[in-house]
Design a protein around this ligand. Sequence first.
Ligand code: AMP
Length: 188
Amino acid sequence: MNIIMFGAPGAGKGTQAERLVAGRGLVQLSTGDMLRAAIAAGTDLGLRAKDIMDRGDLVSDDIILGMIAARMDDDDCANGVILDGFPRTVAQAHALDEMLDSKGLALDCVIEIKVDEAALFARIENRAAETGGARSDDNADTLRKRLAVYHENTAPLLPYYAGKGVLKTVDGMNSIDEVASQIDRILG
Ligand code: AMP
């Protein structure tokens, strides 16, 4: 089963993806986590990505697609993946379609976690406090930019996936457990 976790920054994509990893044995592919690992490792890619991420902009499609394509070739991805934070642009969505097609795989479901954006500022503030500021993009200024980027580049994917008949929406303002139950009901 191949699933996309979709939603604005702070909607809870990563949290819900982790629940599915534990519950269904799927592999979570988070492009944000991959980029943060590259930054921590001090690679060229990490160095280039850091400023872009700190500004709240998107890393280039080429870099992201290279990372995802390499990871999707790993054996552990054959049973299904949860894509978390990818795709974020129309070009990425088209490239994902081609990637899945070429492997004879299908996209089963896109789960949109819908949230009230005003609440995201408090959530990001909490995450920064809980993680001791581990993510340098967890602040109000960068969140404002990330939300603008989400609306401009990523939200247009919603009608794209609705048109394919794979889009399901859950209410991300509920508790983590309730959102997880809604997702479980959708996935069956
Ligand atoms: P995330 O952890 O998903 O919130 O991503 C953190 C940051 O990494 C984003 O604000 C972008 O700068 C970058 N990033 C993560 N995934 C992507 C993607 N699919 N396309 C472009 N940039 C990305």
